[in-house]
Design a protein around this ligand. Structure first.
Ligand code: F6P
Length: 545
């Protein structure tokens, strides 16, 4: 048994979970008419309703005791103090500095960082202005109409998600995002573009990521085939922590925008990683995004645990997965423009907390992050919601609902809202056999036909969800929403005593890809190529042998 699972707070929660079956969500609402008001919290314009969680005041108190026991307040303070809380890489964790005001005075590992952050922000804003006002032109003198971000993982998910969320159909220049080493993605994007009007942003923290370097090389060949080598200067900029590598690629030093090793890839959308969006959406929109995230940072730092949105959401997630045995965490944004939100969140949460050892390197004896998945509503209702309602496993849902429409058809918004609220109500209320029987009888069914139909139509209900309301999907509230989930992820790591800021689990596959590439090119002899028999046989089969 680990210290965590033997701790007083964990044991108290285990006994409360054993009593969970004694009541239901519907009963809890009957017992407490003020439950919907009491089990809610608000910050930065975001309203969290967690009344549909299988928790009472005793459960909330026990979860708050767990947060105190695991020293959540102290860890929040350590993050803000710029301590090296990424213990396995001996680095500070500084994404909060990327959205802090110039005079915030934050330090990372003892170094003042606000001057660095704002110097790069100022340079990016000036660069974006020159592109947007036509002062920066392509090699033939044409204005830039398309900005292509080439990056993967944290150098892609965040900016892509923000672009999808905030771009309008007439936003100019347009941004495009290429991540996959499957040439279909880059070739499909390039097929629509003119080299004379295209700017590439090569975005890679390390500037060594194979997929990104391969796509960047192909893009450079596409450009220089049309415009010659000298055109690289006006058509390629770089975003990286590795300045020397960007120069080796051929990007002019003045066209490189830096960030720092205290910014994790999946926490980097606030940095120069968003350069394509700063250009395409404009500096003002990016400032609003940063302001929303900063507002959430301040809430996270200052609000008491009991009303602190990221802390509450992390505690609820632990309750559901570690104590109620939830199989996964579903996220369902009721906003088409958040169609890339779950992808961004999957990397954030599962690359951060998908760990099997604790901070001290001991194997954990409790579940860490559950599978996080989902899709936008209302589409998802016609895909996996059947399973959420009637499957045997518990899959709690976060419903995310921007209230006001930001599109040309606001008259459809009430129906979208109704669908979102109806799903969480159905998950919570369910429908019992007596209700089903009465409905079917009213439809004229009787006898064995009626009896046989009932069990298929029963919903157990009592299935938990959160609902997060945003006033609208604008840059400020999107920033606050993303920061909320970032901090939720951090708090989960603290509660589970794991380091949410490394990702060693992605390395082995990268190493083996090199071996496979060597075997493909015949540079390694087949018998000692280091490949296992299955991989070798698959390669032979692919080769037609
Ligand atoms: O997936 C592994 C990873 O290292 C992520 O953490 C990162 O976001 C991604 O690769 C891309 O890395 P880079 O920005 O260095 O190209």
């Amino acid at each position: 048994m680990s210290a965590l699972t033997e701790s007083a707070a964990w044991r108290a929660l285990t006994s409360l979970a054993a009593a969970d079956a004694a009541t239901t969500l519907s009963q809890r609402f009957k017992d407490d008419p003020a439950r919907a008001q009491r089990y809610s919290a608000e910050a930065c314009g975001l309203y969290l309703d967690y009344s549909k969680q299988r928790l009472g005041d005793d459960g909330i108190a026990a979860l708050l005791a767990l947060a105190e026991q695991q020293q959540v307040p102290q860890w929040i303070a350590r993050m803000h103090a710029g301590e090296a809380i990424n213990v396995t890489e001996h680095r500070a964790v500084g994404h909060i500095a990327l959205r802090a005001p110039r005079d915030a005075g934050l330090q990372m590992a003892g170094e003042p960082v606000m001057p660095l952050v704002h110097e790069v922000l100022d340079r990016m804003f000036a660069f974006a202005d020159t592109l947007r006002n036509g002062a920066w032109r392509g090699a033939t003198g044409e204005r830039i109409s398309d900005v292509v971000n080439i990056g993967i993982g944290g150098s892609d998910f965040g900016p892509r998600m923000v672009w999808e969320a905030l771009a309008e159909s007439d936003t100019m220049p347009r941004a495009h995002f290429v991540a996959n080493v499957d040439g279909a993605q880059l070739s499909d994007v390039l097929a629509k573009l003119a080299p004379t009007r295209t700017l590439f942003v090569v975005t890679s923290k390390t500037f060594t990521t194979e997929e990104t370097m391969t796509n960047a090389g192909a893009a450079r060949r596409w450009l220089t085939a049309a415009l010659g080598d000298a055109a690289v200067f006006q058509h390629f900029v770089g975003v990286s922590t590795a300045r020397a590598a960007t120069e080796a690629f051929g990007i002019a030093p003045d066209n490189v925008f830096e960030f720092w090793d205290w910014v994790g890839g999946r926490y980097s959308l606030w940095s120069a990683v968003s350069l394509a969006n700063i250009v395409a959406l404009g500096p003002e929109r990016f400032r609003e995004l940063l302001a929303g995230a900063h507002a959430m940072d301040e809430h996270f730092r200052n609000a008491p645990l009991a009303t602190n949105l990221p802390v509450l959401m992390a505690l609820i997630a632990v309750w559901n997965s570690n104590f109620l045995g939830a199989a996964s965490q579903v996220v369902a944004p009721y906003a088409q423009r958040l169609s890339h939100f779950v992808g961004w969140l999957q990397q954030l949460e599962m690359e951060s907390n998908g760990k099997g050892v604790d901070r001290e390197g001991r194997k954990v004896d409790y579940a860490t992050t559950p599978v996080l998945w989902g899709d936008v509503g209302s589409n998802a209702q016609h895909a996996f919601f059947q399973m959420l309602h009637q499957g045997p496993a518990l899959n709690p849902v976060d419903f995310i609902l921007p209230v006001a429409a930001t599109n040309a058809l606001p008259e459809q918004q009430p129906l979208l809202i109704a669908n979102c609220l109806a799903q969480s109500a159905a998950l919570m209320r369910g429908k019992n056999a007596a209700q089903v029987r009465a409905e079917l009888e009213a439809q004229g069914l009787s006898g064995t036909a009626l009896d046989d139909a009932i069990s298929h139509r029963v919903f157990s209900g009592n299935r938990p969800s959160n609902t997060l309301l945003l006033p609208r999907l604008d840059a400020f509230h999107l920033g606050a929403l993303c920061a909320l989930y970032e901090h939720r992820t951090f708090v989960l790591g603290v509660l589970w005593n794991i380091n949410a800021f490394d990702q060693w689990g992605v390395e082995l596959g990268k190493q083996l890809a090199h071996q496979v590439v060597a075997a493909q090119s015949g540079s390694a002899a087949t018998d000692d190529d280091g490949l296992d028999p299955s991989t070798r046989r698959l390669l032979e089969r692919i080769d037609g042998r």
